[in-house]
Design a protein around this ligand. Structure first.
Ligand code: AMP
Length: 285
């Protein structure tokens, strides 16, 4: 497995790989790899000839006062994990190679980037869309793999690919969870033991709402109330939003009719860690 740090070298590696007859799958990550990231590699391995994992803590998707500096950076351990699951290359550029002096161009997926997490994190999805399009242009993958855990990200990127005629197929893979239901996240490392013990309430709430949905409930307010009630029993897990939205437009819905995204964001009471999770009712992304 190659570890590549320059965009020009990455592009050359991709061109040579394609020339050798292999299709390329891209798994973009910020590193601190866990089983959720590795499940995306597994899916890519099934569907493409060579998997590239990017590992890049992207400065443009972090707001003022967010955890850009604190975000875990463990490239050596990550590269070992990427090698073990069969990645053909890791692309880990320095920020100065992705955003050189004089950098001016950003991708803004209008409206979608401002909803749900975009309200608390203005500019976040602009940074995500920008860096992912840059990765697409450098790596030129046939397919790219994203986790449902970050459902809004997947929806924003699908819109971008459609709107800008980007020749790549996006696949959204299921959320990988720990045994108690908590969605795996690099940010779980910030949780205090008490917060970690309380955090599965988010998944429990979503599961309760999904059961009500399966039993026939289609009133969004009632499903949201079910999640709220479960979170209320865990004072360390404070909801920021609980919403039911259309899976394409992210418009909030009162009555469920067709596949919808039920998305939750919470902040923990002590470490102030932001946790997100979701379920898709009546379909998939
Ligand atoms: P991140 O490193 O957090 O930017 O995540 C990189 C990719 O891994 C994104 O497509 C995420 O949606 C995906 N991902 C993160 N956590 C999980 C998880 N628990 N299950 C599945 N995919 C995940």
């Amino acid at each position: 497995m190659e570890i590549i740090t320059s965009p020009a070298d990455m592009a050359a590696w991709s061109a040579a790989t394609r020339k050798s007859g292999l299709t390329i799958g891209l798994v973009p990550t910020m590193g601190a790899l866990h089983e959720g990231h590795l499940s995306l590699v597994n899916e890519s391995q099934k569907r493409t000839g060579a998997t590239v994992m990017s590992i890049f803590v992207n400065p443009t998707q972090f707001g003022q006062g967010e955890d850009y500096d604190a975000y875990p950076r463990v490239l050596e351990a990550d590269a070992e994990k990427a090698r073990a699951v069969g990645c053909a290359a890791v692309f880990a550029p320095p920020a100065s190679a992705m955003y050189p002096v004089g950098y001016k161009t950003y991708v803004d997926v209008e409206e979608l980037g401002g909803k749900l997490c975009g309200r608390a994190r203005p500019g976040h999805f602009r940074g995500v869309a920008t860096v992912v399009l840059k990765f697409f242009n450098i790596v030129r993958p046939d397919e790219a793999f994203f986790g449902q855990k970050d459902a809004q990200q997947a929806i924003v990127l699908k819109r971008m690919v459609l709107d800008l005629n980007v020749p790549v197929t996006l696949t959204v893979c299921p959320t990988v969870r720990s045994r108690d239901g908590l969605a795996l996240s690099s940010r779980n490392a910030y949780l205090t033991p008490a917060e970690r013990a309380a955090a599965p309430a988010i998944c429990k709430g979503l599961t309760a709402a999904a059961s009500l949905y399966l039993a026939g409930e289609r009133n969004a307010a009632k499903l949201i109330a079910a999640v709220k009630a479960i979170l209320a029993a865990s004072p360390l897990i404070v909801p920021e939003y609980i919403e039911i939205v259309d899976t394409v437009s992210l418009q909030s819905l009162d009555v469920i009719d067709g596949p919808v995204l039920m998305a939750v964001a919470c902040r923990t009471g002590v470490s102030r860690t932001r946790l997100i999770d979701n379920t898709v009712l009546g379909g998939s992304l």
